[in-house]
Write a protein that binds this ligand. Structure first.
Ligand SMILES: *[C@@H]1O[C@H](CO)[C@@H](O)[C@H](O)[C@H]1NC(C)=O
Ligand SMILES: *[C@@H]1O[C@H](CO)[C@@H](O)[C@H](O)[C@H]1NC(C)=O
Length: 170
């Protein structure tokens, strides 16, 4: 009886331990001029926890064929896929807002990853959700068993805007 009481006390204590120490997520930082998380009414933690929706996974296979997606290209470009997923969710949540790319325009930084857009024709833009779509291709195609990921793919429907998701130090 006493033993049972003690073990349930311990159980309660460890439960409180879990609740008192929520997982800390890196901050998701919009690129210069991009809408803030407050404007989007989302938090960094939410962007990390949204995951990648199943219905978009299938669509990621039907990307614009004008640009062939690439993984890597080098070991140093790789970073944790969860940071890339947070940026993917940020861009996807921007919906039909315009994501403008010049030579290499940083659109989002999260943890050790950033996503930038590169215009192959000097300057171009797409709906941010279409840029996110290129990032989703990278997540689905370039993630290795140890959760490291890096790559580049065109925005949906715009072969001139290449979304690259890599380590911030790359
Ligand atoms: C922001 O999100 C919270 C939680 O999802 C919701 O309760 C609230 O109504 C939202 N506010 C606006 C202005 O959309
Ligand atoms: C992840 O796995 C790749 C091979 O798939 C390896 O080259 C790389 O060093 C690993 N990275 C880490 C951080 O373990």
């Amino acid at each position: 009886m006493v033993k049972l009481f003690i073990s349930s006390l311990l159980g309660l204590a460890s439960l409180q331990g879990v609740m008192a120490a929520p997982k800390v997520y890196p901050e998701v930082i919009p690129g210069p001029g991009m809408p803030s998380l407050a404007e989007l009414n989302v938090t960094s933690a939410e962007l990390y926890q949204m995951g990648t929706p199943e219905e978009l996974r299938a669509r990621a296979q039907e990307l614009d064929k004008r640009f062939t997606g690439k993984c890597g290209p080098a070991e140093a470009a790789y970073t944790n896929v969860n940071d890339i997923i947070a940026c993917y969710n940020y861009l996807r949540n921007l919906g039909t807002k315009s994501c403008v790319a010049a030579e290499n325009t940083v659109m989002c930084t999260a943890g050790k990853a950033h996503v930038y857009g590169s215009a192959l024709n000097g300057g171009t833009s797409s709906y941010c959700r279409d840029v996110a779509h290129g990032v989703l291709w990278v997540i689905n195609s370039c993630t290795r068993p140890n959760q490291s990921c890096a790559g580049a793919q065109a925005a949906y429907g715009n072969g001139n805007l290449i979304a690259t998701a890599v380590n911030v130090k790359w």
